[in-house]
Ligand binder design. Structure first.
Ligand code: FAD
Length: 299
């Protein structure tokens, strides 16, 4: 099938891209890697009159770590850049792992993390870990308007986000990992690796004095948007994280999930997988902290 007709603009600065977006308000779309957008256009789910390609905007192509502030991932950082980045692998390995679990090497070489979020698929692989890590996103509009939003609040429904029609996501910010903390990502596809996740779980745990001080559990593909399993989190805080507690938390997360049945999996199977993957992710994150023998470890 061919693409619908469209005009293509290739601005070289963010300012230029924002001006184009404002000029064609509602009738233009920005394109990063195009791996989601062009498919939607081919399937006639979207037919923007103008595509604004971001690829020539070098100021959006970066991954930067600042010891006082944390990690910044620019809108043009590709999934493969995140997988391979030495600092992300060392300080935020669960984020690198989630990117590595996204699609195939060909898609990762084209697609961006920002595009993965802006596409707002409930099963986007990069959302759960980033939300669990407390990520924020910077959205910019014309006249250098800028606002920061918790990533958790960015998703408003399947394919829908808090982005205004004249806004572009400039970057993603992830705070410095607190001492004695670790994160983990687990996902499963019911059919094959190239298929997208049928269930995914990102967790982030902080340990103090041998006990769980803070817990975040974020579920993907089991609700219209990635969701925190807050009751499951509450079961963990103040405990020593033994097997029974982790199992109970997984089962609670399964009860909190709101999965549907579709071509990928039944709701029953998804719910069971939430319990299994949550338990596994909790075990993995807690073991990562414990492996430092109570010292400071960040994952
Ligand atoms: C075969 C195949 C397998 C896939 N497997 C997976 C998978 O396993 N897991 C998974 O999560 N995804 C998967 N995907 C989806 C896709 O590859 C990812 O979501 C990818 O990260 C999208 O990034 P992109 O740069 O290509 O986005 P694009 O296609 O360029 O854009 C996607 C959407 O985001 C908007 N957008 C992009 N960048 C910005 C920005 N900076 N500001 C504002 N809006 C923006 C676009 O307008 C568009 O609406 C798969 C896709 C294919 C084709």
């Amino acid at each position: 099938m061919s693409l619908p007709q469209f005009a293509y603009a290739a601005p070289k600065t963010l300012e230029e891209a924002l001006a184009l977006l404002a000029q064609h308000r509602g009738d233009a779309r920005v394109m990063a890697g195009g791996t989601d957008l062009l498919l939607k256009m081919e399937r006639r789910k979207l037919a923007p009159a103008v595509l604004i390609g971001l690829k020539r905007i070098d100021e959006l192509r970066y991954i930067r770590f600042e010891p006082e502030q944390g990690l910044f991932i620019g809108a043009l950082a590709r999934l493969s850049d995140v997988v391979e980045d030495a600092i992300i692998r060392a300080k935020y390995p669960a984020i690198a792992h989630a990117a590595s679990r996204t699609a195939t090497v060909q898609i990762r070489n084209m697609g961006t993390v920002a595009g993965n979020l802006c596409n707002s698929s409930p099963c986007a692989d990069n959302a759960p870990t980033l939300i669990a890590r407390g990520a924020k996103v910077e959205l910019v509009g014309a006249q250098a308007r800028s606002r920061w939003l918790d990533l958790e609040k960015f998703f408003t429904g399947p394919g829908a986000t808090a982005l205004a029609p004249d806004e572009i996501m400039r970057q993603i910010h992830v705070p410095c990992p607190p001492g004695g903390s670790a994160a983990a990502y687990q996902n499963i596809s019911a059919r094959s690796k190239v298929d997208i996740s049928a269930v995914s779980v990102g967790v982030h745990l902080t340990r103090r004095d041998g006990k769980c001080h803070d817990a975040r559990i974020v579920l993907g593909a089991v609700a219209p948007v990635p969701m925190r399993a807050r009751e499951a989190e509450a079961l963990l805080v103040g405990t020593g994280m033994d097997e029974d507690v982790m199992r109970a938390s997984g089962e609670m997360a399964a009860r909190e999930a709101r999965p549907i049945s579709d071509v990928r999996a039944s709701s029953e199977w998804r719910r069971e997988m939430v319990a299994v993957l949550t338990r596994r992710a909790l075990r993995q994150a807690w073991d990562s902290i414990a492996s430092a023998h109570g010292g400071i470890v960040n994952r």
